[in-house]
Design a protein around this ligand. Structure first.
Ligand code: PEP
Ligand code: MG
Length: 890
């Protein structure tokens, strides 16, 4: 087992041509090293070099910065390899070999670790480089770049001192740009740079090229543990124990005059996916000049240049031969990797060199187009096309998104609770939102937190912003369900309701002022930012159809209204997995009857109020059944604590007193009686049905009457009546008997019998543990993983936003467990309940309707448990379809 693997150069001992899989294993030689070896192996022009393995990095950092003897000897052999291929010697004062030393982890961590270029220059070799290249200016420019970079990266000196010295040198000479500096100016600057090093460190800049090399290797390894690299890894869930490889490679120069150049390119357009080369290049420049933006890069192809109306010649026009060779390389790389490549290249005096290739990052739109196109071209098969697209990236396509070219004035950042972008006038209460929206104004509802009473305002608003609440807070769940962009938990937001002004991170925004939300990033911006509308046709439809062919699990939607059902069906939902009936109760016209029902003194009073609600609920269900004709619809009976529906403020109490004929004091006393200390664990779920059976009776009646009516004229629906928050078999037994009794009554009244199911949610640990018994009463289980997560973790879903972020940052949970199922913990309960439920009733239907039903990692877990379906909010249905297909394939 080696510590060092060479590449480049058609020599038999070159590892890149060997069969050793470690030479191309990203975990060993890093992503960059593996791809360099791969390119060299297929005969592309790669400057010779070697990779020092990630294992050496791990050992080096674990030993507190010591190298073993073995890597030392192998690095020497690696240098010898480069010397043989290039015919130059490291440290040779006549014609020196110069190398680059770069990091290369398994996955790219752009800009997070260190790089040193032009290594091998010293006071002697710079003269050799000048002579060999015939270009003293180039040699001294390279030396000053090297001293500055090495001083910064390896010696830890502040780069500002060097930049200042350069500025002063230009000023003293009356120059504006670096290009005006001649050999002697660079030479003088090198002397000054070396003076800075000696002054700061009390020793001279290292002249020994081997000392330079080992210093650079150690610095790159150490940069794995730099603060910025650690933060990047935490944010991107990259394990800390991977380590980075180091790539040492012969330098090639794009800055050797007008026949030299450097550039970056994509084999297809990363923004649109179009099959057209896309890139930038600069004549007479080094790689960092393109990235640093000192000079404006030029277009690669003539077509792109002409489209942009730009003057400077494209590479296609200026260097036709090198460009033609580059085109062949693009084709070869795409065929080899069967994916779009992101490439770095250099032309040194007319000769093309490849410095890097990797799979290119792309927008969701481009990912879709490329996957479908490449399957059409025979580059990949359909299965691979399905695997290529990140389901979560589809989010970008399903909602209006901000125009990436628009300017953003970011006020603050909260949680990206519901994707999409929206601009509108700030309003601070739901009524104002409704009123202003009715007049055709786009509004953003800004609240400390939302409650069920805000539903009408949320519906009327284009977007929702809250100061409190996590990813499954009321605002987040409802907003996602409605497809409204939402930023929640923006903790720097406070609202002064007396002045009707919001304070956002120190800036004041008055009611009526326009802001923009990006629910995909959590950004809150001042003013209106232009948006682009989603496109769901073309490649999107094609890929979805392929996904549907391979997926095993069904995909349903969490939808509460006929309008939601319609959208869900357009997005491909195969039924409703959760209809939260309480959302219907909040309608402005009904809330009075609901309040009357809750505050009634006795069953008779409640029944009178419920009789008013019955026709309304029936109408809702008729609408939903019609939209979902022929598909299963799971309707959950009333779940939330009753006091959520209570009147707020004197005006509402007075209004209710008038309707009911009861005194305000009496109503207030009754409301106080309903107060709960911990409503999430209080009088909610089936506990409502157990204590007030008439509520569930009314709902069951509305369901069956609606089903009978729809069956008269169309496809008979198969209602699945779902009882929430069950913990014991007896609860379900009682509620099922109630539902069955009502069904029998309605069917006999209507003279028709319809098929229906009665089942339960599994959302309490006890329900999961007792699933074997509970299944005796249930024909289906739907995992309510929002509550199951809350009750298993003992973490309130409404309060989690305050601390879960810190938990995720510190790696206590890898991801927010309300977003991505805690498979290790909550997952055990799901698996156990599925197993026990099936043991009692093998044909039991199993699904999930918590928010996790729209999360790809959780969907993969559901597939592993062989659930029958997942249910997600309407806008997540396509994501779930693709994720379920990918899960079927793995
Ligand atoms: C759940 O608890 O997972 C669920 C779907 O129900 P709700 O979010 O309405 O409590
Ligand atoms: Mg629940």
């Amino acid at each position: 087992m080696s510590n060092v693997y060479t590449f480049g150069g058609a020599l038999p001992q070159d590892n890149a041509r060997s069969d050793d899989p470690r030479t191309r294993d990203k975990t060993i030689v890093g992503g960059k090293g593996a791809n360099l070896a791969e390119m060299a192996g297929i005969g592309l022009p790669v400057p010779p070099g070697f990779s020092i393995t990630t294992e050496v990095c791990t050992a080096f950092n674990a030993s507190g910065g010591q190298f073993d003897d073995a890597p030392r000897a192998e690095v020497a052999a690696g240098i010898a390899h480069i010397e043989t291929v290039t015919g130059k010697a490291f440290g040779d004062p006549a014609d020196p070999l110069l190398v680059s030393v770069r990091s290369g982890a398994r996955v790219s961590m752009p800009g997070m670790m260190d790089t040193v270029l032009n290594l091998g220059l010293n006071d002697a070799t710079v003269e050799g480089l000048a002579a060999a290249s015939g270009d003293a200016r180039f040699a001294w420019d390279s030396y000053r770049r090297f001293v500055q970079m090495y001083a910064d990266v390896v010696l830890g000196l502040d780069h500002y001192r060097f930049e200042d010295a350069l500025e002063i040198a230009k000023e003293d000479n009356g120059f504006f740009t670096d290009t005006e500096m001649q050999a002697e100016h660079w030479q003088a600057l090198v002397a000054e740079y070396k003076g800075i090093v000696a002054e700061e460190l009390g020793r001279d800049f290292p002249q020994d090229v081997h000392e330079q090399l080992w210093g650079a290797i150690a610095a790159v390894f150490e940069s794995w543990d730099s603060e910025r690299a650690k933060v990047y890894r935490r944010l991107n869930a990259i394990p800390h124990d991977w380590g980075t490889a180091v790539n040492v490679q012969a330098m090639v120069f794009g800055n050797m005059g007008d026949t030299s150049a450097t550039g970056v390119a994509f084999t297809r357009d990363p923004a649109t996916g179009e099959k057209a080369w896309y890139g930038e290049w600069l004549v007479n420049a080094q790689g960092e000049d393109v990235v640093a933006g000192i000079r404006t890069p030029q277009y690669l192809t003539r077509a792109a240049r002409e489209r942009a109306g730009a003057k400077p010649l494209s590479m296609e026009e200026a260097m036709p031969e090198a460009f033609a060779e580059l085109g062949q390389v693009f084709d070869l790389l795409e065929r080899h990797y069967r994916d779009m490549q992101d490439i770095e290249f250099t032309v040194e005096r007319g000769k093309l060199w490849m410095l890097q290739t990797r799979s290119g990052k792309r927008t969701a739109k481009a990912a879709l187009k490329m996957a479908v196109d490449m399957a059409g071209e025979g580059l990949i098969d359909r299965t691979e096309a399905i695997r290529r697209v990140d389901p979560m990236a589809l989010d970008q396509l399903l909602h209006p998104t901000l125009d990436p070219s628009a300017v953003r004035d970011v006020l603050t950042r909260g949680l990206p609770a519901s994707p999409g972008a929206a601009s509108g006038a700030v309003v601070f209460d739901a009524d104002a939102a409704e009123r202003r929206a009715a007049l055709g104004e786009a509004v953003i509802l800004v609240r400390v937190e939302t409650s069920p009473e805000d539903i009408h305002g949320m519906h009327a608003a284009k977007g929702i912003l809250t100061a409190r609440g996590g990813m499954t807070s009321h605002a987040a769940v409802v907003a996602r369900g409605m497809g409204r962009p939402c930023v929640s938990g923006a903790s720097s937001l406070s609202i002064d309701m007396t002045r009707r002004v919001a304070k956002i991170a120190g800036r004041e925004v008055a009611e009526g002022e326009v802001i923009t939300l990006d629910g995909s990033t959590g950004e809150v911006m001042a003013g209106a930012v232009a948006t682009i509308e989603p496109e769901l046709v073309g490649d999107f439809g094609v890929l979805m159809a392929w996904a549907d062919e391979v997926r095993r699990m069904r995909v349903r939607a969490n939808a509460d209204t006929p309008a939601d059902c319609k959208i869900a069906r357009q997005f491909g939902a195969e039924g409703v997995g959760l209809c939260r009936t309480e959302h219907m109760f909040f309608d402005a016209n009904r809330i009075r009857s609901v309040r009357e029902m809750i505050l009634a003194d006795d069953e008779k009073g409640r029944r009178t109020a419920l009789a008013k609600l019955l026709p309304e609920q029936r109408t809702d269900f008729i609408g939903i059944f019609r939209e979902m004709a022929g598909l299963p619809v799971t309707i959950r009976l009333l779940d939330p604590p009753l006091h959520e529906f209570l009147p707020q403020g004197d005006a509402e109490f007075a209004e209710l007193a008038e309707v009911t004929g009861l005194g305000v004091d009496h109503l207030k006393r009754r409301a106080a009686e309903l107060h709960e200390f911990n409503p999430m664990l209080g009088h909610r779920g089936c506990r409502l049905g157990i204590t007030y059976p008439e509520i569930y009776e009314m709902q069951a009646r509305a369901i069956f009457e609606a089903a009978c009516e729809v069956a008269e004229t169309g496809d008979a629906p198969v209602p699945e009546v779902m009882i929430p928050l069950v913990g014991t078999k007896r609860e379900l037994e009682l509620m099922r008997a109630l539902v069955n009794r009502v069904a029998t009554e309605v069917f006999s009244e209507k003279g028709r019998t319809l098929e229906y199911l009665v089942g339960t949610m599994i959302e309490l640990p006890r329900a999961a543990l007792m699933a074997g018994e509970i299944a005796e009463e249930a024909t289906f289980f739907s995992f309510g993983t929002n509550d199951l997560t809350q009750t298993t973790l003992g973490v309130s879903r409404d309060d989690a936003g305050r601390f879960l972020g810190t938990y995720v940052e510190q790696g206590i949970y890898a991801r927010d467990p309300f977003v991505s199922l805690d498979i290790d913990g909550v997952g055990q309960l799901v698996a156990l309940a599925a197993e026990r439920g099936r043991a009692t009733r093998p044909e039991i239907k199993l699904g999930i309707c918590g928010e996790h039903g729209g999360d790809p990692a959780s969907i993969a877990f559901c597939e592993a448990q062989k659930l029958d379906y997942v249910s997600a909010s309407p806008y997540r249905v396509p994501i779930a379809r693709l994720a379920a297909a990918q899960a079927s394939l793995s």
